[in-house]
Every structure is written in structure tokens, then in C-alpha cells.
Ligand binder design. Structure first.
Ligand SMILES: Cc1cc2nc3c(=O)[nH]c(=O)nc-3n(C[C@H](O)[C@H](O)[C@H](O)COP(=O)(O)OP(=O)(O)OC[C@H]3O[C@@H](n4cnc5c(N)ncnc54)[C@H](O)[C@@H]3O)c2cc1C
Length: 385
């Protein structure tokens, strides 16, 4: 059994692992880098993969554009309407008041994944020391010795082989595509129901086809998954009211379990954890991948800084210092994003009377206090710097 050697070994060819590899090679094409990927070699074999809509922020668009990995199919959000079912309090955010071209973008997971694979493939020709190894079942790349190990194995809540800090919200998300008659173009709707957040977001298929993310208890979500289309549409329309327009069709329903799972320590010795391997969030604020991309970008800078030096300046202690400095630099962004998402997931699902009233007041405050609204929107769009 021969042992391969490299400077950096990335476990995981999801969006975050791919982006990290691409940013490393862009800045340091000579990097001795191995990427271990469990996904199929050929893009066509990913065709039926995860098609859920992901909200990507303006900050993520800027980052992905630096490596030509911004997908060609996406929908822009120009307005977000936030309300609570059957209670007072609502807020409207528009791109004009925040002086942005868009408040966010909705892209299918598989399109982000494919765009990143293509961007990385384009870099392979000029990266002589880069190995992209596709793993078959039972193979875990344990014949590789690396100076630094990056964990980007990602995963979904309750499907990961580690559990550290966090919370089980006792919720599932039902996602799918809905057709809405005369839907307002580029408008996103977020509605807080007694069971959890319900979002309807634009899609690149056209203004009448929208992405649905309906959070509820695992039992009701399972029930909704199995409902006949007409019954499902009736329940959804009842929950949303008439403001959105008549909901005509539903397709491609899937369920995801939701929770928070995060590591307190994201760098130890020569290992570092990024993306969902470091923190798995509730999708209420649409922050998981946005945060993961920021992890990948900042880590790539630290690793390039270390591994582009002369070999004599690449000691294990230099690397450990670089990883500790990375962990320190991610602290504020991680704490704020994890905290804000956890807060929203809990507060917006509580039915306790004082919290319901406070929630209405908070939504009204967002509407009437522009600085609060702008600060929240900036955190969502760019993260904490
Ligand atoms: C319903 C839902 C809606 C969401 N909406 C949003 C949103 O609107 N905005 C947002 O920013 N985020 C959203 N997210 C979160 C987002 O999907 C994740 O944060 C993102 O996918 C994390 O990317 P990742 O590369 O870290 O992990 P993953 O996407 O899980 O990819 C990890 C990859 O690693 C591979 N792998 C696993 N183990 C190994 C191994 N041992 N060796 C090699 N490879 C391995 C897997 O095959 C996979 O391809 C949502 C999540 C859910 C569930």
C-alpha cells in the first residue's frame, strides 16, 4: 500500500470543500492539494441531485464570482414580505431602501454544486500538484498523509456522524416548487406560523414558479408530504392567506429534518472544520451555505499564506498558528450568524402569548425603524466582518 503525501487534504466535495480548493489554487496554483470527493465523477450523474432552492447573499455572489463559479440560472429577490399568520406585525424590505441591486438570490443547490465543479475543473490544467480523487464506497482515503486536514464533509442535521453543541427544534422542512397565479415578480414571502416559518421564494423557472420551504413538526410535515396535491394546496393556501395569490400546483416535495449542530472548537492541531462540518443551521435565515463560503474563503487565505512560504517556514507550529488565527478570525461571524439563526428559529415558532406579542412588535419595529432593518439586512447579506 503506497502512501501519498500532500500539504493540504480536503475531505468533502460539496460546495464548501470545492470552493475552498478553488480559492487555494487560484491564489497558489502550485499547492500540493488533494480533494477527496464522494460525489460521482461525471456531472451528468448529479443531474437528479438535490434541487432545493438556496438563498445566496450578495456577499456570496461576490465571492463566487472571483472564481467564475456564479451559476447562470438564478432568481433575484427585490422585496421580502415578512408576516405572522393570524397575528399583528409585518415588515417589508425592498432593495431600493437598502440601495442594493438585489436583497438576495435563489439558486438550486445542484447548480451551485455544478458551477463550483466546473470552476475547479477549469483550474486543474494549471495546477500541476492538485489531485481530485473520487472515492468509491468503502474507500476513505486513509493512505494519504497530509500536513493539514480540512474537514468539509458537510451533511444534514441528524445525518452527521458527530453531535456537539446545539438544539433539536423538533421541526422538519418540507420543500418543493409551487405555481402561483400572477405572483409578484422577485418577491419573497416569509410567514411565521404556529408551527414554524413558511417561506415562498422566487425561482429561475419564471415569476409564477416559486420555491416553497414549509417548516413544521415532523408529524405534520410527514402528513403534508403524503397529502394529495389538491389537499396540500388547500392547506398551504389556508396558512398563507390570499395576499400571495392563488396557489395552483405543487411538485417535487421533499423533507429535511432541522436542527442546530455546531462545533465549539473548529481548529485543533493540524485539523480544521468548515461549512456544515463546523456548523449546521436551521434554514430560517438562509445562512448555512453563505457562512460556509465565508469559512472557505478565509481559510484559503491562511493556508496559502502558510504553504506558499519556503519549506523551512512551514513548520507544524507555523501551521497551527495559522489555523488558530483562522479560528479566531471566524469567531464573530460564526457567533453572530449561529446566534441570530437560533434566535429566529426559536422565537418565531413559540406560541407563548408574550413572545407572540413581542414578535409582532419586533416586526413592526423592523418596519418603522430603518436603521434596525438595515443592520439586520447587512448581516444577512454580508455576514460580520
Ligand atoms: C431545507 C434546507 C434549506 C436550506 N436553505 C439554505 C439557504 O437558503 N441559504 C443557505 O445559505 N443555506 C441553506 N441551507 C444550508 C446549506 O444547504 C448548507 O449549509 C450547505 O449545503 C453546506 O455545504 P457543505 O459543502 O458544507 O456541505 P454539503 O452540502 O453537505 O456537502 C458535503 C459533501 O461532502 C461529501 N462527503 C461527506 N462525507 C465525506 C467523506 N468522508 N469524504 C469525502 N466526502 C464526503 C458529501 O457527499 C457532500 O457532497 C439549507 C439547508 C436545508 C436543509
Amino acid at each position: 500500500m503506497s502512501i501519498s503525501k500532500c500539504d493540504i487534504l480536503i475531505h468533502g466535495g460539496g460546495p464548501v470543500g470545492l470552493a475552498c480548493a478553488a480559492w487555494i489554487l487560484q491564489k497558489h496554483p502550485e499547492a500540493k492539494l488533494i480533494l477527496l470527493d464522494r460525489n460521482p465523477i461525471h456531472d451528468e450523474d448529479l443531474a437528479s441531485a438535490d434541487s432545493r432552492g438556496i438563498a445566496l447573499s450578495h456577499g456570496s455572489k461576490i465571492l463566487l464570482n472571483t472564481i467564475n463559479a456564479w451559476p447562470k440560472d438564478f432568481a433575484e429577490i427585490h422585496r421580502v414580505h415578512v408576516s405572522q399568520a393570524g397575528r399583528f406585525g409585518r415588515a417589508l424590505m425592498t432593495r431600493e431602501e437598502l440601495n442594493q441591486d438585489a436583497l438576495g438570490h435563489i439558486v438550486r443547490y445542484r447548480d451551485i454544486h455544478l458551477a463550483l465543479r466546473q470552476a475547479l475543473k477549469a483550474m486543474q490544467a494549471t495546477s500541476g500538484n492538485f489531485i481530485w480523487q473520487h472515492l468509491s464506497n468503502g474507500d476513505d482515503g486513509d493512505t494519504i498523509s497530509a500536513k493539514c486536514i480540512v474537514h468539509a464533509e458537510g451533511g444534514l442535521f441528524k445525518k452527521q456522524d458527530w453531535v456537539e453543541s446545539g438544539r433539536d427544534y423538533g421541526q422538519s422542512a418540507l420543500v418543493g416548487l409551487v405555481e402561483v397565479e400572477n405572483a409578484a415578480p422577485h418577491q419573497a414571502w416569509e410567514r411565521f406560523t404556529s408551527e414554524g416559518p413558511l417561506a415562498i421564494l422566487p425561482s429561475h423557472y419564471g415569476s409564477n414558479i416559486l420555491n416553497l420551504v414549509w417548516c413544521g413538526s415532523p408529524t405534520s410535515s410527514q402528513h403534508r408530504l403524503q397529502l394529495h396535491n389538491e389537499d396540500f394546496l388547500r392547506e398551504l393556501q389556508k396558512e398563507f392567506g390570499s395576499r400571495i395569490g392563488r396557489i395552483l400546483k405543487i411538485q417535487d416535495r421533499r423533507l429535511y429534518e432541522l436542527g442546530l449542530n455546531y462545533r465549539k472548537v473548529i481548529a485543533k492541531d493540524n485539523e480544521v472544520w468548515i461549512g456544515n462540518a463546523a456548523q449546521t443551521l436551521h434554514p430560517v435565515a438562509g445562512q448555512g451555505l453563505n457562512l460556509g463560503l465565508r469559512d472557505a474563503f478565509l481559510l484559503s487565505e491562511k493556508l496559502v499564506d502558510t504553504f506558499s512560504r519556503q519549506p523551512k517556514d512551514q513548520s507544524p507550529s507555523e501551521l497551527q498558528n495559522a489555523l488558530q488565527s483562522y479560528a479566531q478570525s471566524r469567531k464573530a461571524d460564526r457567533t453572530t450568524t449561529i446566534g441570530l439563526t437560533d434566535f429566529m428559529a426559536r422565537v418565531f415558532t413559540s406560541n407563548l402569548a408574550p413572545i407572540v406579542v413581542a414578535r409582532g412588535l419586533a416586526l413592526s419595529a423592523l418596519q418603522w425603524l430603518p436603521p434596525v432593518k438595515t443592520a439586520l439586512a447587512r448581516q444577512m447579506m454580508f455576514g460580520r466582518r
